[in-house]
Design a protein around this ligand. Sequence first.
Ligand code: HEM
Length: 355
Amino acid sequence: MVPAFYMSCSEMIEKLEKILAQKSSCEVDVWPYLQTFSSDVISRTAFGSSFEEGRKIFDLQRELEELVIKATNSIYIPGLRFLPTKNNKRMKEIDQQVRGSIKSIIDKRIVAMKAGEASHDDLLGILLTSNYKEIKEHESKSFGLSTEDIIEECKLFYFAGQETTNNMIVWTMILLAKHSEWQTRAREEVLHIFGDIKPDIDGLSQLKVINIIFNEVLRLYAPTILLRRMIHEETKLGILTLPAGSFIQINTLCLHHDKDMWGEDVNEFKPERFSEGVLKVTKGEAVYLPFGGGPRICIGQNFAILEAKMALAMILQRFSFELSSSYLHAPYNILTLQPQFGAHLILHGLKTSVV
Ligand code: HEM
């Protein structure tokens, strides 16, 4: 996992350094670079050796996501989604291409697995190996996952893990660009722990300032702002009685911006509120849910935090940054909470040469 984070981040840094070239500073919209970074991380961890094929699949997934966003933003006409419009045809085409490509990777892996050659250290390898064992144990294909299930798992992994994590990193960069004192503190911590060497897992787990910065970023700009639940039995909630079968939505954004809970400075960026831990500030109440809660809590939260720490540590080692005058602050929620017009920052190259 960590080598995948490092490799993908090095590629991103290289591109940013090329833009800076001989200049000491320049304006860059960092948002697309962060999107490619988190997408590459997921391709590498999901498909390992089949990374390049995975990357193509995820490019298609991203195109599909943009078409879904376009459809969501247009006027709702009942039944429109069944008509053969240009958008609908392309969405169908992409879906078929994605399924075909994942299936071809799976087929190749199964052949390699049977010949004892497949790698087991990526998501696909782990899924296929455990599935193979399950089917073998029960001597029946009705156990384990079908190829369709595995395709869906790979797609879910991308949707759940890519956009959310790059949202978190992009809002962190925007907030640190705005609050230079926290950017300085974060960089001091990174340089104190890693100096100019490559970040490793032990060092990443020591990053305390960056931890509280992430907590505050996830409070102010939680990437997933709605949690959905179906109630299975009649439930009392305060003065309400909710019948079985009710569908409820919990708005994380409202919880995270509740003055009664967080105080008058609720809308301010103050990472120090988390300095004694999440439990202390929430007093044990379920009012901070960036990763959801209960049995369906996000399974990728540690993955996401580690990935974001690697990215931020490497960025802070190489660049300082501030908001550009062309940055427009417009958080908008389309599947996840994104900066609508990108993240235009002025990057300044630092003189550290990291190995
Ligand atoms: C900052 C990054 C992330 C945020 C804010 C986030 C947030 C969430 C939230 C709010 C949920 C719903 C939980 C609930 O209903 O209680 C969720 C579910 C999920 N997340 Fe994440 N996530 C992030 C990163 C990731 C990553 C990197 C992965 C995979 C590598 C991932 C995989 C999943 C999966 C598979 C689920 C569904 C779990 C289930 O239904 O049992 N997430 N995430």
